[in-house]
Structures are given as C-alpha cells and as structure tokens.
Design a protein around this ligand. Structure first.
Ligand SMILES: CC(C)(COP(=O)(O)OP(=O)(O)OC[C@H]1O[C@@H](n2cnc3c(N)ncnc32)[C@H](O)[C@@H]1OP(=O)(O)O)[C@@H](O)C(=O)NCCC(=O)NCCS
Length: 219
C-alpha cells in the first residue's frame, strides 16, 4: 500500500480509491486529460499501483525483479495499471481537490514494440521510466502548494523504487515552465524531444507542447 502523507492546508495525499474515480477522471479534464482507461478500471477494482509495494516489502529484492516477474505472468493492461500511481489530494472531509497520475510510459513502450522488443522486455522500461499525467487542482484549492506537493510525493515514491526518470508534457500556452522548474523538472523548449535512456529511440513533443523531465542523480 502506498502510504498516505499530509499535504498543505490540512490536506492528505493518498492513492485514489474507487469512490474517487469520477472526480479523478473529470478534474484533469480542465487540462484536456482524462484518466487512462486501464488505470480507471484498476482504481475501481483496487488493483492500481498493486505492483509498487513490492519495492518496499522486500528490500533485498530490487523492485525491478518483482515487476519484471509480474510482467511475464499477467496481461499487459494489468501490468501497466499495476505500476501506475493515481494520487489524489483530499481535504478534511475526504473530498478530492487535486489529482496526479503517474503512469507506465505508454508512448515509450509502444515505440519499443515498434522497434521489435518483445512485450515483457518493452514493459520493463516501465520500471525505470514513468510519465506524469493529468495534474490538476480544483479552482478553489489553488495557490496553496497542492500541485507542488503532489509532484513531490510522486517523485519520492518513484525515487524510492529506483526509477531514474519521470517525464511529462504540457501545452506551451499554459506557460507552466517556471512552475515545473521550481518543482525540480527540466523543461525543454517547445517541440524538443529527448531520449529517455540509452536506447535507440526518443520521445518528441508535439509542436505546441513542452516536455519536462526529472532524472535521479547518479549515486
Ligand atoms: C497548474 C495547477 C495544477 C497548479 O496547482 P496549484 O495547486 O495551484 O499549484 P501550487 O500551489 O503548487 O503552485 C502555484 C504556482 O504555480 C504557478 N502556476 C499555477 N498555475 C499557473 C498557470 N496557469 N500559469 C503560470 N503559472 C502557474 C504559479 O507560480 C503559482 O503561484 P501563485 O499561486 O503564487 O501564482 C492548477 O493551476 C491547475 O489545475 N490548472 C489547470 C490544469 C493544468 O493546467 N494542469 C497542468 C497540466 S500539465
């Protein structure tokens, strides 16, 4: 279980639960994003993020090993949602006021498959790289640090699990470069792409999008 943590202004950040699904799906629509369908189903049936706790449960065995084993024994959709992290920020009445999902890097996995990777091998990219998706905070709860704290929590979880890259994107007109930079991300110029790891292919932003990346420092 991904532990709940406290956020600003008496809020809490926790894993999205079935009762949160509708808000977790519609709130990011402000930014033109919706919950990825497999993640929505996984929130509803309680299997979202089910693979992640293995990273804490058996510190002697790298999360990578446990996740890779899950990938070869279960369908691809379940593997993807099992490593997805749908977070919500809730107020004192447990109402959802902020959302952020961290998902398997679908575009990178698709490109790996296009490049001839076998599905389990392509999926293993999802234990090193993850995508932040659908960050949104209710209008009435903005400017209190909720989004910053959601991003911080997402990074903390993935850093503990040994991930070395989180990335995302935003539409250039949203002008969120300074915000993401303050949150520890490197924001690329519009339309610029990046190679996630030492593999043959990269990810390219659309002409009106900026990609942002945060890499774990080398130890
Ligand atoms: C962007 C968003 C998630 C920020 O949530 P938040 O909880 O208010 O963020 P924080 O309190 O952690 O940080 C606020 C700071 O972020 C920056 N910021 C937030 N929205 C901004 C925007 N639209 N343009 C430029 N800067 C922005 C500002 O510096 C702001 O500081 P201020 O309140 O003193 O002006 C929220 O405004 C939102 O949901 N917007 C609509 C959806 C969206 O754009 N999501 C991002 C998609 S990639």
């Amino acid at each position: 279980m991904v532990a709940p943590t406290s956020g600003p202004s008496d809020t809490r950040i926790r894993l999205a639960q079935a009762r949160d699904t509708d808000v977790a799906d519609t709130l990011p629509a402000i930014a033109g994003a919706r919950l990825i369908l497999v993640l929505r189903s996984a929130i509803e049936n309680g299997t979202a993020a089910s693979v992640l706790p293995a990273g804490w449960a058996a510190p002697s065995r790298p999360f990578f090993d446990t996740a890779a084993r899950a990938f070869v024994t279960q369908p691809m959709a379940e593997s993807m949602s099992g490593i997805g992290l749908p977070l919500v920020t809730v107020d004192q009445e447990d109402r959802v006021v902020g959302v952020l999902s961290v998902t398997a890097p679908g575009a990178i996995i698709d490109r790996a498959l296009d490049h001839g990777y076998e599905p389990p091998k392509a999926l293993t990219l999802g234990v090193a790289v993850a995508k932040i998706h659908g960050l949104a905070v209710s209008e009435t709860a903005r400017s209190q640090g909720l989004a910053t704290t959601l991003l911080k929590r997402a990074w903390q979880v993935h850093e503990q699990l040994g991930y070395f890259l989180l990335y995302g994107s935003y539409e250039t007109e949203r002008d969120l470069g300074a915000f993401y930079t303050r949150c520890g991300y490197t924001v690329l110029a519009p339309a610029q792409g990046f190679a996630p790891i030492d593999i043959l292919f990269g990810i390219h932003a659309g002409p009106d999008e900026c990609v942002l990346t945060r890499r774990r420092s080398r130890r």
